[in-house]
Design a protein around this ligand. Structure first.
Ligand code: GLN
Length: 204
């Protein structure tokens, strides 16, 4: 058959990492180790060429502003609404949330996840910490989770599946259809299981 060899024909899918700001490289490394073909996404045509997208941690208000400046907000909203598998960590989770508490003035999100997320939920005293989390969907062992000025999920809509919570009950990982979000950063601890779950929905 003539034509280009697609990721599907090669048995692999192309996944993107939104590369406007944040810990892009760490995600690209995890995805590459898991066998994905990875590209960095900054423009609408680069977004159109991927079968899934990771939105990294960083600063959600900066990623929001850059996305609008680069003409990426609308293409991202359309892609998410169209079912593109997306995994957001930390700032990425905030950008996937339909509602943000403690956003900076004028801050917007791409939305898609029917959740309310509170930015910087742990305040300045304890703005970073690590803990082990049970994540039933991933099985054993627990996830060693690193929280860096992290958000929490305060409310979840009916279609949202909480995947993990802190001992006090606050939700820190969710899934809704093809969308996955974590308050913490698996990409910095050698924890590959969330990325694998994301790649399953890309291949599915
Ligand atoms: N506090 C950051 C924000 O509001 C998120 C921090 C992170 O991604 N590690 O976007």
């Amino acid at each position: 058959m003539a034509g280009k060899t697609t990721g599907i024909a090669a048995g692999r899918r192309r996944v993107g990492v939104l590369a406007l700001q944040g810990d892009v490289r760490e995600h690209a490394q995890v995805l590459t180790s898991l066998g994905a073909e990875v590209s960095l996404v900054r423009r609408p045509e680069e977004l159109a060429a991927v079968d899934g997208l990771v939105i990294p941690g960083g600063e959600s208000s900066v990623i929001d502003k850059l996305a609008r400046a680069f003409g990426m907000q609308e293409p991202l909203r359309d892609a998410i609404a169209g079912g593109l598998p997306v995994y957001g960590t930390c700032a990425g989770l905030i950008l996937l949330a339909d509602r943000i508490t403690d956003a900076i003035s004028g801050q917007q999100s791409f939305g898609g996840l029917d959740v309310t997320v509170r930015r910087n939920a742990f305040g300045s005293q304890v703005d970073s910490f690590e803990t082990d989390l049970e994540v039933p969907v991933l099985g054993a062992p627990p996830v060693h989770a690193v929280f860096i000025r992290a958000p929490v999920v305060e409310t979840v809509g009916a279609a949202v599946e909480p995947l993990a919570a802190l001992p006090d009950g606050r939700v820190v990982a969710v899934r809704q259809g093809n969308l996955l979000g974590t308050s913490f950063h698996p990409e910095v601890t050698g924890e590959y299981r969330f990325h694998r779950l994301f790649l399953e929905s890309v291949r599915g």
